[in-house]
Write a protein of this length. Structure first.
Length: 185
């Protein structure tokens, strides 16, 4: 299924931004952390400003609503409301060896480019793959969101090394206790 070349990068940026805000821990405490997060997802951060940081930090809870799942029509309505706040001017460009869209107006700030590109990518995901591809981690106690890119919609955990391992290890230990007749703690 074709997906806008920057689309997956933008959706993964949204997931990283949303997951950077956890109770008691802000994963975007300063410009360096913001530059690192955006840089990890392919954004050129040379023009990152304090205003961009403030904008992206304030945006995270609003994006969480869109990626936590729920009724698809409500997700789309929320994304469309957010998009109505953007100064959008879709343009077809070819600067990276192939045709792709830029959605923000020329001269937009980095935060505005991240915002509008991410919203468009989320809308494309809903249109092409369904809103159920964006959801909250299935591990108890984890509030992270994830973007499921598997063919069969099988991804349940935000991270295989932490959440998935923890859940599978706990299930294994329960089975072992049940075999041995040891009561649960």
């Amino acid at each position: 299924m074709p997906f806008e070349p920057y689309g997956e990068r933008a959706v993964n940026t949204v997931v990283a931004l949303v997951n950077s805000l956890t109770p008691g821990d802000d994963g975007l405490p300063d410009l360096d952390a913001c530059a690192e997060l955006l840089g990890e997802h392919g954004w050129i951060v040379d023009d990152l400003t304090s205003a961009d940081l403030a904008f992206l930090r304030a945006l995270r809870p609003r994006l969480r609503v869109a990626v936590e799942g729920g009724d698809e029509r409500e997700v789309v309505a929320h994304l469309n409301r957010l998009l109505s706040e953007c100064d959008v001017l879709p343009q077809l460009t070819d600067h990276d060896g192939g045709w792709h869209f830029h959605y923000a107006r020329p001269g937009a700030t980095l935060a505005q480019r991240v915002f509008v590109t991410s919203l468009m990518a989320l809308l494309l995901v809903v249109r092409d793959r369904g809103s159920d591809r964006l959801r909250t981690c299935a591990a108890d106690g984890c509030a992270n969101v994830l973007f499921d890119t598997t063919k069969n919609h099988s991804r349940r955990f935000c991270d295989a090394r932490t959440c998935a391992n923890r859940v599978h290890t706990a299930a294994y230990r329960r089975r072992q206790r049940a075999k041995a007749g040891t009561p649960e703690r």
